[in-house]
Design a protein around this ligand. Structure first.
Ligand SMILES: Nc1ncnc2c1ncn2[C@@H]1O[C@H](COP(=O)(O)OS(=O)(=O)O)[C@@H](OP(=O)(O)O)[C@H]1O
Length: 273
C-alpha cells in the first residue's frame, strides 16, 4: 500500500539521512551532524539542504554569512539601515530598527530551538560542564557551523578570488573604524554614500542608530522576544560589545590550546586577527 506523503516525506530532508552522517554530542542539542564538512544542528541541516536545492540567487540578493556570536546582530542592522536608507531615513524617529530587532528585519533562515516539547530535548543539567565542554568542542571545530577555521578561511579565500561578490568583514575592524568599514560595505552593496550624504551626517546617523549603546537600551531589545520563537530573548544578543573580553573567561590552558589551533589553521594564510 502506498504511504500518504507527510510533511517529512515531502521535504528534501529525510530522517534516515541523519543515521548515515557522523555525529557528535551537541551542547544545546543532543547531537550535531557532519554534512559536507560542516557541523550542523538538525534544524539547520534541514534548512541548508532545502536552501542548496531551491535557492536561486538574484542579482541584488545579499547573503550575510557569519559564525554565531561573531557580530551578526550588528552587521544585519548596519546592512539593513544602509541598503534601505532611502526608504527609511536613518535619523527618523520611527525607523524600523527602533522597534524591531535586526534578526526580525533580516531573518535567520533557520534556528534550532530546544525546549521540553522537543522530542530531542536533553536536560542541560545532564550535559558536561558547559564552559569546558563548549570550549573543547569549539577548539576541535565540532560546533554548529564549524569548524570555525573552515568557515573563516573559506570566505576569506572567496573574498580574494571574487572581491565583487564576497566582502570579508571583521568585528574588530568594524569596531575600530566603523565609518570606514561602513563605506566599504555600502560600496560593495552597490549603494555607495554620496558626498552630500556624508557631509549631511547620514553615515553618522546609521552608526549611531546601530550602536551597541543605543540598541541595547531599546525597549524591543530589553524585553522583546522573537515573534514566533519566544524562547529567544532579544537581550541575549547584546552582552558587552567589546573587543578582547574573552581574556576574562579563558584560563591560561585554554588560551594556549586555542592559540595553537589558530596558528596551525591560519598560519599559512595571510589573514590575521
Ligand atoms: N550594535 C552592536 N555593536 C557592537 N557589538 C554588538 C552589537 N550588537 C551586538 N553586539 C555584540 O555581538 C556579539 C553577538 O554576536 P551575534 O550578533 O553574532 O550573536 S548571534 O549569533 O546572533 O546570537 C555580542 O558580543 P559580546 O558582547 O562580546 O558577547 C554582542 O554584544
Amino acid at each position: 500500500m502506498e504511504k500518504t506523503p507527510t510533511a517529512e516525506t515531502k521535504s528534501d530532508f529525510h530522517e534516515e539521512m541523519l543515521h548515515s552522517l557522523p555525529r557528535e554530542r551537541g551542547w544545546t542539542d543532543p547531537y550535531i551532524y557532519l554534512f559536507q564538512h560542516v557541523w550542523f544542528r538538525q534544524a539547520n541541516l534541514k534548512a541548508t539542504i532545502s536552501f542548496q536545492k531551491h535557492f536561486q540567487a538574484k542579482h541584488n540578493d545579499i547573503v550575510i554569512a557569519s559564525l554565531p556570536k561573531a557580530g551578526t546582530t550588528w552587521l544585519k542592522a548596519l546592512a539593513f539601515a544602509t541598503a534601505k536608507r532611502h526608504r527609511f531615513i536613518p535619523s527618523q524617529n520611527d525607523h524600523p530598527l527602533l522597534h524591531s530587532n535586526s534578526h526580525t528585519l533580516v531573518p535567520f533562515f533557520e534556528l534550532t530551538i530546544y525546549s521540553e516539547n522537543n522530542p530531542n530535548y536533553v536536560d542541560p543539567s545532564t550535559l558536561p560542564e558547559p564552559r569546558m565542554f563548549g570550549f573543547e568542542r569549539y577548539s576541535e571545530g565540532k560546533h554548529p557551523c564549524g569548524p570555525f577555521w573552515s568557515h573563516v578561511l573559506g570566505y576569506w579565500k572567496a573574498s580574494q578570488d571574487k572581491p565583487s561578490k564576497v566582502l570579508f568583514l571583521k568585528y574588530e575592524d568594524l569596531k575600530a573604524d566603523t565609518k570606514f568599514e561602513l563605506k566599504r560595505m555600502a560600496q560593495f552593496l552597490d549603494c555607495p554614500f554620496t558626498e552630500e550624504e556624508e557631509s549631511g551626517g547620514v553615515i553618522d546617523s546609521i552608526i549611531e542608530l546601530c550602536s551597541f549603546r543605543k540598541m541595547k537600551e531599546l525597549e524591543v531589545n530589553k524585553s522583546g522576544k522573537f515573534p514566533d520563537r519566544p524562547i529567544i530573548e532579544n537581550e541575549h544578543f547584546f552582552r558587552k560589545g567589546e573587543i578582547g573580553d574573552w581574556v576574562n573567561y579563558f584560563s591560561p590552558e585554554m588560551t594556549e590550546k586555542l592559540s595553537k589551533v589558530i596558528e596551525e589553521k591560519f598560519g599559512e594564510s595571510n589573514l590575521s586577527f
